[in-house]
Design a protein around this ligand. Structure first.
Ligand SMILES: *[C@@H]1O[C@H](CO)[C@@H](O)[C@H](O)[C@H]1NC(C)=O
Ligand SMILES: *[C@@H]1O[C@H](CO)[C@@H](O)[C@H](O)[C@H]1NC(C)=O
Length: 359
């Protein structure tokens, strides 16, 4: 049946109302009532198309999420997802990835994984072939290779090496160190004297007392694909993949592989994806908050804004965003510190649509 014929006057008025709300609030909402449905952070069009095609072909939500995130890893979306992206202080790129099945609440994740390019596939292997939730570091790489993924591979690219060399030439600025000396060089670093070190960093005075925290996090050094797929059955899965933050301290794992932070799904309720300053966001589990708020009846837009405002109250300068999507296909985004975009593909759309959200 043509979906146009189903639009009743009252639904039409409701959608007009929602549309004007969205203009006023700087976010977009839409009722995409039919599955499959794919929602992803950023205009990662090819990744969304890959997930959509898989789900439309009858793949499960989990398998479609793998297809979508793997496409992003292969294409190196924005230069920060997949191998060859953000180098750490040593110039090395590592993979963080997560997958979650919103029906069974099973989760698989890898953190700081070296030498293996397939982050999302490694996460899926952890979920499906272990009783664990997360593997990290070289042991995650060894596991992934032992389960058939290719490696060891060099995850650096000419671009990531070039970026790293320029950073070294700039005295390793900016970096993620704090309360250390010498702060304006490449180290080695040591603690400031004990008087300084004992000073507490009250949350509201964090920026003044404890050095710059977020100024070096931006659109192109900190991106994560976080994707939700509703398959034809309406089952939901979410997945993420990232290289983490550029020039991070080796060993750093951000929000990417943390369930409830970068992504969360419960097929009874809906899903959420997040991107931004993961070091701060992971302290608030924003996606868990979004899904639980929706469970209590909040609309996606309010749930998304609430999750962002909880972080903003403590860290007014943080940069981040979430999207929220409920079982009815209603979706929305909220952001702070930057303009956020997320992509949607539903059966009513001819192709992926990108929604822009302003702070
Ligand atoms: C969205 O569609 C579903 C299914 O048709 C419906 O139950 C729900 O009320 C709709 N929501 C809005 C806000 O239009
Ligand atoms: C890895 O690749 C980068 C970029 O192509 C290159 O500069 C580096 O030498 C390679 N490392 C190894 C160990 O082959």
């Amino acid at each position: 049946m043509d979906s146009q014929t189903q639009i009743t006057p009252s639904l039409f008025i409701l959608s007009l109302l929602l549309h004007s709300l969205s203009l006023a609030g700087g976010h977009e909402v839409e009722n995409s009532s039919l599955y499959p449905l794919v929602v992803s952070t950023w205009p990662f069009l090819e990744a969304v198309r890959a997930a959509w095609t898989a789900a439309d072909d009858g793949f499960s939500a989990v398998d479609a999420v793998v297809e979508g995130c793997a496409a992003c890893e292969e294409l190196r979306c924005d230069g920060t997802v997949g191998p060859g992206g953000s180098p750490d202080e040593n110039g090395e790129s590592t993979m963080d990835a997560l997958i979650m099945n919103g029906v069974t609440m099973e989760v698989g994740a890898v953190g700081a994984m070296r030498f293996v390019k397939d982050g999302i596939r490694a996460a899926k292997l952890v979920m499906q072939h272990t009783q664990h939730t997360m593997l990290v570091g070289d042991q995650a790489s060894a596991f992934a290779i032992s389960m058939g993924l290719s490696g060891p591979s060099n995850l650096s690219s000419p671009e990531s090496m070039d970026k790293w060399i320029k950073w070294k030439e700039n005295d390793c600025q900016p970096n993620f160190r704090k309360n250390v000396l010498p702060s304006n060089s490449c180290g080695p670093y040591h603690l400031k004297d004990s008087m300084d070190f004992g000073k507490t960093c009250s949350a509201n005075k964090f920026i003044q007392n404890c050095g710059s925290v977020t100024s070096h996090v931006g659109r192109h050094n900190h991106d994560t694909i976080s994707m939700a797929v509703f398959d034809r059955m309406g089952h939901i899965a979410v997945g993420t993949s990232t290289n983490g933050a550029s020039f991070k301290i080796p060993g750093r794992v951000g929000d990417g592989p943390i369930a409830g932070s970068s992504a969360y799904a419960d097929s009874e309720v809906g899903a959420c994806g997040a991107t931004g300053d993961g070091d701060i966001m992971m302290r608030f589990l924003p996606c868990y908050q979004v899904v639980e708020s929706m469970r209590l009846g909040m609309e996606p837009i309010l749930a998304a804004r609430d999750a962002i405002s909880r972080i903003r109250r403590k860290f007014p300068d943080f940069i981040g965003a979430v999207f929220a999507v409920n079982k009815n296909g209603l979706h929305a985004g909220a952001c702070h510190g930057w303009t956020f975009q997320y992509s949607v593909r539903s059966p009513q759309m001819k192709d992926v649509q990108v929604f822009t959200v302003v702070p």
